[in-house]
Ligand binder design. Sequence first.
Ligand code: PRP
Length: 180
Amino acid sequence: MSEYKLGDVMMPRDVIAGRVKELAAEIANDFDKQELLVVGILTGASIFLTDLVREMPEDMDVRMDFMSVSSYMQSTQSSGVVRILHDIKTSIEGKNVLVVEDIIDSGLTLAYLLKLLSSRKPKSLKTCVLLDKPSRRKTEVKVEYKGFEVPDEFVVGYGLDYAGMWRHLKDIRKVNVVEV
Ligand code: PRP
């Protein structure tokens, strides 16, 4: 039987906070005073998104919405099957949309969502991802704003989970699989 135990810190909270600030400044600069709808993909992106928008300038017209999709089905491997469990409430036609994800792995989730959202005719559609595991990619996806490239290790915290656990950790930590 395998047991999952919290391991070393991969990304400390102050390093995450610093990069989130930089990303927010870059996004604010690119969109200037235009309205921006930030779409978070639940549940993993929720913590990153709420930190990210609070680093954006107060006079920027930032809106928020969320989508819930299911792709991993309680395992650590991507099944490639994306199911929309909850759609955004906002009409995105003619709007600047920024999709925010905690992690891009195979790219299948983001590829599917971008195709779906672009069919709704937004003015612009960009992506912002905190962690990128490029070695795991199965399909090409354009990521305009990227926090960190990371190796293919099992990580949790700052929104990322194992079977629903450990999302609330302030640092991003490795998970050790121990045979018992
Ligand atoms: C994670 C992550 C992305 C997706 C990335 O979500 O938040 O949505 O997997 O993987 P991919 O690039 O291989 O498609 P998960 O299904 O674990 O749900 P969660 O956000 O609720 O943790």
